[in-house]
Write a protein that binds this ligand. Structure first.
Ligand SMILES: CC(C)(COP(=O)(O)OP(=O)(O)OC[C@H]1O[C@@H](n2cnc3c(N)ncnc32)[C@H](O)[C@@H]1OP(=O)(O)O)[C@@H](O)C(=O)NCCC(=O)NCCS
Length: 145
C-alpha cells in the first residue's frame, strides 16, 4: 500500500544519491535539499512498504501557491502515485487558505500536462523557449475556491 507523508531530511538522505538516475534528471540533490529547508515549502513523499517511490513539493507564497516538483520513481510510474501526490499537494494548499495553485511545465511533458489537466488545472500562459531556449513553459493554474 502506498502511503503519503511529510518528507524529512532523513528521507532526502535515502534518495539523494539515486535522485538523478532513478527519479528525474532535472532535479539536482542540492536543489531539493535547499527546497526542503525553505520554511515556505511543503514537501511530501510516497512510500511503498518503506521504500520512497515518489515525492512532491509546493511553495506557499503570500498570494498563491506554486507546485515546485512532482516526481514518481521511474520504475513505479503509471500506477497512480502521481495522482496521490498531486491530491495531497492540493489538500495542503487548501489548508493554507490559498485561492489558487499554479505550476510551470515543459510543453513537451505530456504525462505531467495530462495529470494536471485531469485535476482541473487550466493553461493560463506560456513562457517562450524557457527550457534550454528550446521549449516553452506552460503555466497552469487551478482555482481552489
Ligand atoms: C508526471 C509524473 C509525476 C506522473 O506520475 P505517475 O505516478 O506516473 O502518474 P499516475 O500513474 O498517477 O498517472 C496519473 C495521470 O497522469 C497522466 N499520465 C501519467 N503517465 C502518462 C503518460 N506516460 N502519458 C500520458 N499521460 C500520462 C494520465 O493522465 C494519468 O491518468 P490515467 O492513469 O487515469 O490515464 C511522472 O511521469 C514523472 O515523475 N515524470 C517526471 C517528472 C516530471 O516531469 N514531473 C512534472 C514536472 S512539472
Amino acid at each position: 500500500m502506498i502511503i503519503i507523508e511529510k518528507m524529512t531530511l532523513s528521507d532526502y538522505e535515502l534518495i539523494k544519491d539515486c535522485l538523478t538516475e532513478e527519479f528525474d534528471e532535472f532535479w539536482k540533490p542540492s536543489i531539493l535539499k535547499s527546497e526542503l529547508e525553505n520554511e515556505l515549502s511543503r514537501y511530501i513523499v510516497a512510500k511503498d512498504g518503506g521504500e520512497i517511490v515518489g515525492f512532491a513539493g509546493v511553495i506557499i507564497l503570500p498570494d498563491d501557491a506554486e507546485i515546485t516538483n512532482i516526481v514518481t520513481k521511474k520504475t513505479m510510474r503509471k500506477k497512480g502515485i502521481g495522482k496521490l501526490l498531486l491530491a495531497k499537494l492540493i489538500e495542503i494548499t487548501k489548508q493554507e487558505n490559498k485561492d489558487e495553485i499554479s505550476l510551470e511545465v515543459n510543453e513537451i511533458n505530456e504525462p505531467a500536462i495530462s495529470l494536471y489537466s485531469s485535476f482541473g488545472f487550466e493553461i493560463v500562459g506560456r513562457r517562450k523557449k524557457y527550457y534550454n531556449r528550446l521549449n516553452d513553459a506552460i503555466i497552469m493554474t487551478k482555482k481552489l475556491v
